[in-house]
Write a protein that binds this ligand. Structure first.
Ligand code: PFF
Length: 446
């Protein structure tokens, strides 16, 4: 296995993979779609989707990565040389870099909001001005560009330091801290008067809301949340030592990711309901609704508002960085292994490429708002292309590859799942691919 770096321990593997998984998706999407989709009824569907679809895709990627100890392209070349599978290798080098470009724009917003929290902008500001701040900030050209540069720069510095010194060190230190932070924010939110309505929103089972499209969105969210289908898990698994148990890492990562999403839900929604606001999804939830709540809180207890707003935006920033570095690493692994770049040069080249695409995405909230691709701004086009299409497509192909193209014995040796192997192999070969096709069709027709 030459002198390729490996993660130092099982804990490091899970923290790095959980770092990739835990991100903006957990904080601004999960809480909202749980409430929309029928509370605990939705959570049950989400759990089942994670077990029967996402975990098999996760394991497919992990098996391919660990078997070859190569990045996505190299893995395909080694296991299926001279076949069209190389295109899957290439696709999954490109798709995480597209995600990284626009993810970094949002990561940049969290840099600005953390800065504003640190300078007491939320705790001492006026509510109306704070609610309007987000809209005027993202549509101005320079501020978001500067923040996008800072965010991508932080990711580049971590990745250039290497798999062990950079990614592993960052993830093993920040993930536990992130967990403590979000638990603290949750406890605070749950003590607010009126927060019970937020808990009801998340937990009250309502099977009438559990429509076909809610089921499809549970599957899609579980998929996005575990960073599947774009080669990040494959690439991280290629740094996992042969003795490590992949199934254990998969279950650990999925469990931590779900736990974090649930706690984030209990941190965000009770606060939203306590303030008497209708919950929104996406950027509006964390960059408009919550600052408004912080401002309201600041009127009576400025120090508490300052503390909670700082911790909250710090949590978002760290969660976004730990996801973004996994996307960057996929491209770096490709350039280093296949094109023989040094790590520094690979990071520099990808920094420039992602910075440019990200800059255009950032400007699509302002000066370039009129430029449309298939009726979407560049930012939203990149988002939809990757999260609705490329991730599912990549996930489908990875399961087909592991289930039908790889040697069964290799898959078994990598998984080392004992008696559970037959069930897992069945999920990889039949259930997961069929379910992904079903999500596609549901999204297409609904
Ligand atoms: N899992 C991340 C989140 O929930 O925010 C998003 C993500 C990370 C998607 C890494 C894709 C990826 F390669």
């Amino acid at each position: 296995m030459d002198n390729r770096e490996t993660f130092g321990s099982r804990f490091a593997v899970i923290m790095a993979m959980a770092g990739s998984a835990i991100g903006l998706g957990n904080i601004w999407r999960f809480p909202y779609i749980v409430g929309q989709g029928g509370g605990s009824a939705f959570i049950i569907v989400y759990l089942i989707s994670t077990l029967v679809i996402s975990l098999p895709i996760f394991l497919s990627e992990a098996v391919i990565g660990r078997k070859t100890h190569k990045g996505t392209f190299g893995a395909m070349q080694q296991l299926a040389p001279g076949t069209p599978w190389r295109w899957l290798g290439l696709l999954t080098v490109v798709s995480p870099l597209i995600i990284l470009s626009y993810y970094s724009v949002v990561g940049g917003w969290s840099v600005e909001f953390l800065f504003k929290a640190l300078t007491l902008g939320f705790s001492t500001g006026n509510e109306a001005e704070i609610t309007g701040f987000f809209g005027s900030f993202i549509s101005s050209p320079w501020g978001p560009l500067a923040c996008h540069t800072v965010f991508l720069g932080i990711c580049a510095l971590i990745v250039v330091a290497g798999v062990k010194k950079g990614i592993e060190t960052f993830s093993t230190w920040t993930m536990p801290v992130l967990f403590v932070l979000i638990v603290f924010i949750m406890i605070y939110a749950l003590t607010l008067p009126g927060s019970g309505a937020g808990v009801d929103y998340l937990l009250k089972p309502d099977f009438s809301k559990l429509t076909a499209s809610a089921v499809a969105s549970a599957m899609g969210q579980s998929f996005f949340s575990l960073s599947l289908g774009v080669g990040t898990i494959l690439t991280y698994a290629s740094y996992v030592h042969k003795d490590e148990n992949l199934l254990g890492s998969g279950i650990g990562t999925a469990g931590f990711d779900l736990l974090f999403a649930l706690i984030a839900g209990f941190a965000v929604m009770p606060a939203v309901f306590a303030a008497g606001i209708e919950p929104a999804a996406g950027p509006g939830l964390v960059f408009e609704t919550l600052p408004y709540i912080f401002a309201k809180m600041g009127a009576s207890t400025p120090w508490l508002s300052a503390l909670v707003s700082i911790l909250f935006f710090l949590t978002i920033l760290v969660a976004a960085v730990s996801s973004a570095i996994s996307m960057l690493e996929v491209g770096v692994a490709y350039l280093v292994e296949e094109k023989h770049f040094t790590r520094g040069k690979a990071v520099a080249v990808l920094f420039v490429g992602c910075w440019l695409l990200g800059a255009l995405c950032s400007l699509s909230f302002g000066p370039l708002a009129g430029v449309k691709i298939f009726g979407e701004t560049l930012f939203s086009f990149c988002d939809k292309l990757t999260s609705n299409f490329l991730m599912a497509f990549g996930g489908l192909l990875f399961t087909i590859f592991a289930g039908w193209r790889m040697d069964r014995a290799d898959v078994r040796d990598e998984l080392r799942a004992g008696k559970a192997f037959r069930v897992l192999y069945f999920l990889i070969r039949f259930v997961a691919p069929a379910a992904i096709v079903l999500i596609f069709l549901t999204n297409l027709f609904l």
